[in-house]
Design a protein around this ligand. Structure first.
Ligand code: NI
Length: 248
């Protein structure tokens, strides 16, 4: 059995029923939809009430830093009362488009980490071109969670593992020039979970990603590590439900 630990299904023109059916037929029986702004968090709450096999993380992506309001944080704390909300995220820092709003990003990141801490929830971390600041902030918190869509070096991977974090591995590992292959060979699967980050980063170039493709990632890692597909599926599935405290 497989689980997609991070995907976005509400802002694309997905036929959700068809996507879920293909996912289940590929052995990807459960999904965790990730929130990144006001609207998709709200829509994700609707999804988890409609589909038994969908869970959610709720949070505000750094791109929302200049737009977040006090009401948004109140909404967030309201959402997490639902037991199918299993994490805060995706939250973090993103300096890819510049650092003009870095103070606002840090403020929003920290405020959401505080909420996670208060409710003892794991965090789903988005970090892009911002390793040092992300790491230094997380180091100050006794929290747990996943570095979503990890694509860093072995050195960076080890830093996060030392803090107790899991690494979210997606379609990028299948790309020809990805250095992630060497990282995974080195660290093994003890702290790895799979995700698609649909609709982005499809392992099939040029296609819109979807949760069924966790199977492709699993098959790829199985060959890479010379482990059976079932074994890779079991380890990563169990890691995911343990991390997010999902009782199936
Ligand atoms: Ni994402």
């Amino acid at each position: 059995m497989l689980i997609d630990s991070h995907c976005h299904l509400v802002n694309e023109d997905y036929n959700i029923d068809a996507v879920i059916n293909r996912s289940i037929n590929s052995g990807v029986k459960y999904l965790i939809v990730g929130g990144s702004e006001r609207e998709d968090n709200k829509l994700n709450m609707k999804l988890i009430s409609e589909y038994k096999n969908i869970y959610a993380s709720v949070g505000f992506h750094p791109s929302m830093a200049l737009d977040v309001s006090d009401q948004d944080y109140i909404d967030l704390e309201e959402y997490i009362k639902n037991e199918k909300v299993v994490a805060i995220g995706e939250i973090g820092l993103d300096y890819h488009y510049g650092k003009d709003d870095v103070d606002a990003q840090k403020k929003m990141f920290i405020r959401q980490l505080d909420i996670a801490k208060k409710h003892n929830l794991p965090v789903v971390i988005h970090t892009r071109d911002a390793f040092l600041d992300t790491y230094n902030i997380l180091k100050e918190y006794d929290l747990f969670g996943v570095i979503h869509c990890f694509s860093g070096s072995l050195e960076v991977a080890k830093k996060y593992l030392d803090l107790g974090y899991y690494l979210g591995i997606g379609g990028v590992i299948t790309f020809k020039n990805s250095k992630l292959k060497d990282v995974i060979k080195e660290i093994g699967l003890d702290r790895v979970i799979f995700e698609t980050d649909s609709p982005y980063l499809s392992p099939i170039r040029g296609e819109k990603n979807e949760p069924a493709n966790v199977k492709i990632i699993c098959n790829f890692v199985s060959e890479l590590l010379d482990l059976s597909v079932d074994k890779v599926a079991d380890i990563t599935f169990n890691n995911t439900i343990k991390l997010f405290n999902i009782r199936i």
